[in-house]
Design a protein around this ligand. Structure first.
Ligand SMILES: Cc1ncc(C[n+]2csc(CCOP(=O)(O)OP(=O)(O)O)c2C)c(N)n1
Length: 321
């Protein structure tokens, strides 16, 4: 389906928000304004946005430790995300989850997840619930190449296949798990592995928003219409370290410069929409500026906000029904 001009604006706004959000989180982390451990998503924006553009608030996503981009693409409020990442009151989990545990059920964001391979089994649960209740909602899990090797992911694929669950498995293959390359750690091919579970699986260029968007359109058509699970393996890159502060000694000489020059999904998007006359450089620059302003405002709110009160230490620990 061709995207309207309004939809294209929204897509680019979301992608540039994710990019600038992550760049700012790096700065704030280095300045000591963010506690804990943070993994950034910059470089992978075309995947999160290409996938989530097809989803409603009632569809569920299960994220990873690298979850900021998934949250933003799913529509989470960025100011509330910043408060959460800074551990402040008013954050999406009232400042008690942090970067790796952001959840927002109002947006169908089941949660970031510090357990590698933890998302797919959770999404099977969400998918089973949707199927049992007959809601037509779907669940979408994100996993990395490293995560694809986890037993939990294999079990989730098997169960989704056996139960015909409305679950789309997204594998973001950025070719690195911490500092280990996929050519060393992943035997065979992720999409082929998934296909052996009798689940349709396609590979896509994860730097090309339009390729991801088209692949996800087919996946959603299949899964929402009751035909069961589906998988997409997106070939992508990450611009930064595994975590903020990672010295990246495992990178080759000039590798990062090459990625920034030639494998930047935002530049690829800009080139495509301007050359096809769909958007102008001025429009794109304006969206860059608007996203930057929103992030600046969120950061100022975050810096000024108080931490959760000590009395709240034991609240929000267990769910009450
Ligand atoms: C069960 C489990 N094992 C190991 C870790 C430590 N760990 C955190 S992220 C990571 C690498 C994950 O790589 P990948 O799935 O490719 O995702 P990426 O970091 O590339 O986004 C590892 C091993 C963990 N958090 N959980």
């Amino acid at each position: 389906m061709a995207l309207s001009s309004e939809a294209l604006h929204k897509v680019y706004y979301t992608m540039t928000t994710i990019r600038q959000f992550e760049e700012r989180m790096i700065k704030e982390f280095m300045a000591g304004n963010i506690p804990g451990f943070v993994h950034t998503y910059d470089g992978q924006e075309a995947v999160g946005v290409g996938i989530c553009t097809h989803l409603t608030d009632e569809d569920i996503i299960g994220s990873t430790h690298r979850g900021h981009g998934h949250c933003i693409a799913k529509g989470c409020d960025i100011e509330a995300m910043i408060l959460e990442i800074m551990g402040k009151q008013g954050g999406l989990c009232n400042g008690k989850g942090g970067s790796m545990h952001i959840a927002d059920f109002d947006r169908g964001m089941l949660g970031a997840n510090a357990i590698v391979g933890g998302g797919p089994p959770l999404c099977n649960g969400a998918a089973l619930s949707a199927k049992t209740l007959g809601t037509k909602n779907i669940a979408v899990s994100f996993s990395g190449d490293g995560s694809s090797n986890q037993g939990t992911v294999m079990e989730a694929l098997n169960l989704a296949g056996v139960l015909d669950l409305p679950h789309i498995f997204i594998f973001e293959n950025n070719h690195l798990a911490e500092g280990t390359g996929d050519e060393y750690a992943v035997s065979g091919d992720i999409a082929n592995r998934v296909a052996s579970f009798d689940i349709p699986a396609v590979k896509v260029d994860g730097l090309d928003f339009f390729a991801v968007y088209d692949a996800m359109e087919k996946a959603v058509e299949h899964t929402r219409s009751g035909k069961g699970p589906y998988a997409i393996e997106a070939d992508v890159i990450r611009f930064d370290g595994h975590f903020i502060g990672d010295p990246q000694a495992y990178r080759g000489e000039g590798e990062l410069d090459d990625l920034r020059a030639n494998k930047d999904c935002l530049k690829i998007f800009r080139k495509r929409v301007t050359s096809e006359g769909l958007m102008t450089d001025d429009e794109l620059d304006m969206l860059d500026a608007q996203a930057g302003d929103a992030i600046e405002q969120g950061v100022q709110r975050g810096l000024a906000a108080p931490q959760p009160a000590v009395e709240e230490l034991y609240t929000d620990v267990h769910v009450s029904y």
